[in-house]
Ligand binder design. Structure first.
Ligand code: UTP
Length: 600
């Protein structure tokens, strides 16, 4: 591209209909440094009321490289948003005006509780849906949205590296991959397929998480998945805004850089489309895409049944939901019916739900409303500085949400949801210890502590339902949070993904004391008349069939409190407020195929 100096600045300005007198003088002084495409971008910014971005620019000859870098970033921001920066700023202004005026985005709509499928863990209906879901899994692709900053959690690493539980230390990403592989295996087994179909797995990352996610995968051999089965799609960030005029915010550490933040998990839909993956999947006969978030260690316990519901009910969209307590800070799945006849089933964010209910004849507002999409949940907060609602505490940006997808569907679309017991399906790790400890009594902590305890509770209750006797949990305080401590029971997803499978692995009279630890790391481990009071760890290869029974008693593993401020411990432990002291255990490893029996 020819430089403006060569082309004669005056001609370029007149061709572009620019009156330099109206422009920021510091920008005009630098014209001769700019190429034609950069002048066009500058014009766009000035037309959009963004002249403040150039106010501090020194004369040509000073920091020229940074000025060029500024335009490179503007070009990127402009090309990565549909309709460019002009459209971004226009949308932001409109939305910010609506927000300032407290406009109800659902004006004219009346909310009601929609009908969905309410499941009860372990009954015949649940088992039937689980089986249908497992069969269908080979026609599914899984998409993990993992581009978020995790500001509330405040963890230094990426969230998917955190252990879901510390008995085995399995991190979230490993748990998800092993669950998908177990489902893939079970699906082809159940449908008696001659060869196993690979279930595609996509991870949406962002600049904040991409390299570390890739590194985690590569340094762990993709946790057993074929590298070609996993695709990373990186979402771009969007510009931050300083005030209601949608003035773009400059980075506090680099005045030639516009501050950016992730655009929200809604990016995932356009990324899947633009990457061509949706077409590839559709050509390959895939029928389902399952979206899920980064830190819910229980999710895959609910996936088979909810996929079964989608397939059986022929849903176009199915949200996995749990009962919602009134006033809980999570969105509610709502049917919205407009006076003009339009109707949709959509997740309404909690901060919009209460005003919407009050405005439509429910004087108690959000008194008793349920439903929350488990797979995806985000809240948008503007955080105004003061009541004038003109500027923000910290810069904000437009966010789009994955669960708004049904808004784009025609009224004929079958949008449903599946309600699953909370204890089985939903325990995300979102909050740091300090904030979790301040959660009003009775509301979920959503911390690393509660996330890990929820895994033990779910596994204990599943074994109970499968016929084992378990001692009651005890209450303990970790990082200021009171939690129920059940026996620390974990298993690999391949050991049992559905209730029917787990039930077939437990027989006779099994009992487990509250202080026990049980880790089943293999697929063919049968618990038969086992009495456990201590720690028992079984490792076995695929071809080994191990019967475990008799009485196992030892000093076991003990949960010891640690303070989250005590830097002697790694962050992964401090954040949950305890560590496991492995005093004594029975650990058996079966590394060869064959039939074995353990009866101490
Ligand atoms: P969260 O609500 O947990 O948001 O997102 P977050 O950004 O990770 O955490 P906070 O709000 O800063 O504390 C739900 C899911 O959406 C993903 C997150 O990684 C998480 O899995 N997400 C969020 C994205 O993939 N991209 C985004 O831009 C935002």
């Amino acid at each position: 591209m020819a430089s403006a100096a060569a082309d004669s600045v005056a001609k370029v300005l007149s061709d572009l209909n620019i009156n330099a007198g109206d422009w920021p003088p510091n920008l005009v002084k630098n014209f001769r440094l700019l190429r034609l495409d950069q002048i066009k971008l500058a014009k766009m910014l000035v037309d959009l009321g963004q002249s403040h971005l150039f106010q501090h620019w020194p004369d040509p000859g000073v920091e020229d490289e940074q000025k060029k870098a500024f335009f490179a970033q503007v070009a990127k921001l402009n090309s990565s948003y549909p309709g460019g920066l002009a459209s971004y700023v226009k949308n932001a202004r409109e939305l910010l005006v609506d927000s300032k005026e407290g406009k109800n985005p659902y004006d004219g709509f009346t909310p009601s509780v929609p009908t969905g499928e309410v499941l009860s863990f372990g009954d015949d209906n649940f088992i039937k849906f689980e089986e249908a879901g497992v069969k269908e899994a080979q026609n599914a692709a899984f998409v993990l949205v993992a581009g978020g900053l995790g500001e509330r959690l405040g963890y230094n690493g990426i969230k998917v590296t955190l252990p879901a539980e510390t008995t085995t230390g399995t991190c979230f990403l490993q748990l998800y991959i092993e669950s998908i592989l177990a489902l893939q295996e079970a699906s082809s087994r159940l449908s008696q397929a001659t060869c196993q179909k690979e279930v595609p797995f996509v991870i949406m990352t962002s600049d904040d998480t991409h390299d570390r996610t890739l590194n985690l995968l590569e340094s762990n051999f993709y946790f057993g998945m074929k590298p070609t089965q996993v695709k990373l799609l990186k979402q771009e960030k969007v510009a931050c805004l300083d005030d209601n005029d949608a003035r773009l915010a400059l980075d506090a550490h680099d005045k030639y850089k516009i501050q950016t933040k992730p655009h929200g998990h809604g990016d995932v839909h356009s990324l899947l489309y633009s990457s061509g993956l949706l077409n590839v999947w559709s050509d390959a006969g895939l029928r389902w895409v399952l979206f899920f978030q980064d830190t819910n260690g229980l999710l895959f316990k609910a996936i088979p049944a909810s996929l079964g519901v989608s397939a059986t009910k022929h849903y176009h969209v199915n949200s996995l939901a749990v009962q919602r307590k009134s006033k809980e800070a999570i969105g509610g799945i709502t049917r919205l019916t407009h006076s003009d006849g339009r109707s949709m089933v959509i997740n309404v964010e909690y901060n919009q739900l209460d005003p919407l209910l009050r405005a439509t004849g429910h004087p108690d507002g959000d008194a008793n409303y349920f439903g929350v999409s488990v797979g995806h949940w985000v809240c948008v907060q503007h955080g105004y500085k003061d009541a004038s609602k003109t500027s923000f505490k910290s810069s904000t940006r437009l966010e789009c949400m994955m669960q708004d997808y049904p808004k784009t569907l025609p009224p004929s679309a079958r949008v449903g949801f599946t309600v699953i017991d909370t204890w089985l399906a939903y325990a995300p790790v979102k909050n740091n210890p300090e904030d979790a400890a301040k959660v009003p009594k009775g509301n979920p902590y959503h911390s690393a502590t509660s996330g890990e305890m929820a895994i033990y509770r779910a596994n204990s209750r599943i074994l109970q339902k499968a016929g084992a006797q378990l001692e009651d949990p005890v209450k303990r305080l970790f990082n200021g949070q009171e939690v129920e401590v059940w026996p620390c029971i974990t298993w690999k997803p391949i050991w049992g993904l559905t209730f029917a499978e787990i039930k077939s692995n437990v027989s006779g009279s099994c009992s487990i004391s509250q202080r026990s630890t049980l880790a089943l790391k293999g697929c063919n481990i049968l618990l038969e008349n086992l009495s456990l009071d201590g720690a028992l760890i079984i490792n076995s290869v695929d071809g080994a069939k191990v019967k475990v029974g008799g009485s196992v008693q030892n000093k076991g593993w003990i949960l010891e409190n640690i303070d989250y401020k005590d830097t002697a411990f790694p962050e992964e432990l401090r954040t949950r407020g305890f560590r496991i002291n492995k005093i004594e255990q029975l650990e058996q490893t079966y590394s060869e195929p064959g039939e074995f029996s353990l009866k101490p």
